[in-house]
Write a protein that binds this ligand. Structure first.
Ligand SMILES: [Zn+2]
Length: 197
């Protein structure tokens, strides 16, 4: 499903397709945690080769913890555009992500090139607005978890809160500027659950 270069992926398509088929009580949650993908849920080695997709430590547990607490989980990413993945490749990546870290409720991807000045590539907040709407909540009830300063800037621009989980690519300046820093995804989720309460 695409609209103006934004791919509304997997979890949401599945949610629509399955309807009431599989009970997922967290879908009715008014709170959400939105994860960046590369460098946050998986290592930064994203290619069309899904066998090379490696989850970050604790990613599956963090998502399971959020769901167990009744919080919706989304993925917001600009990486498809950056890597030039085809729609088919990105669907495979998301399917593999599902297997590796467990199902999420919505995946939103910016597919524009960085030069296109679109409203959805971080630090622009477009995907956060879309994810919140897709999950039936508002940005103020969302916590963005990412490894880069632009993820946090997007959150701030949307009125969402944020937690930085530094990866090998995160700079000392980004850590310094982050309002909240967690040392692991599990810790980030615990903080997010308190913030989104
Ligand atoms: Zn975009």
């Amino acid at each position: 499903m695409t609209a103006d270069g934004v791919t509304v992926g997997f979890g949401w398509v599945r949610a629509l397709a399955k309807g009431a088929g599989r009970a997922r009580p967290w879908r009715r949650s008014s709170r959400a945690i939105l994860f960046d993908r590369e460098g946050t849920l998986v290592t930064r080695s994203l290619t069309g080769d899904t066998q090379r997709l490696v989850p970050m430590p604790g990613a599956a547990d963090a998502i399971a913890r959020a769901h167990a607490a009744g919080v919706a989980v989304g993925v917001v990413t600009s990486q498809r555009g950056e890597r030039g993945l085809t729609a088919e490749e990105t669907a495979q990546v998301n399917a593999r992500l599902d297997e590796l870290v467990g199902p999420v409720d919505v995946v939103l991807e910016c597919t524009h090139d960085s030069g296109e000045d679109c409203p959805c590539r971080v630090p622009a907040p477009g995907l956060i607005y879309l994810a919140a709407a897709a999950l039936g909540t508002r940005p103020e009830r969302c916590v963005v978890v990412g490894d880069s300063g632009v993820d946090l800037e997007a959150a701030r621009a949307a009125g969402a809160r944020s937690v930085l989980v530094p990866s090998s690519r995160t700079t000392p300046e980004e850590i310094e500027a982050a309002p909240v820093v967690a040392s692991s995804l599990e810790e980030a989720v615990e903080i997010a659950l308190r913030k989104a309460a």
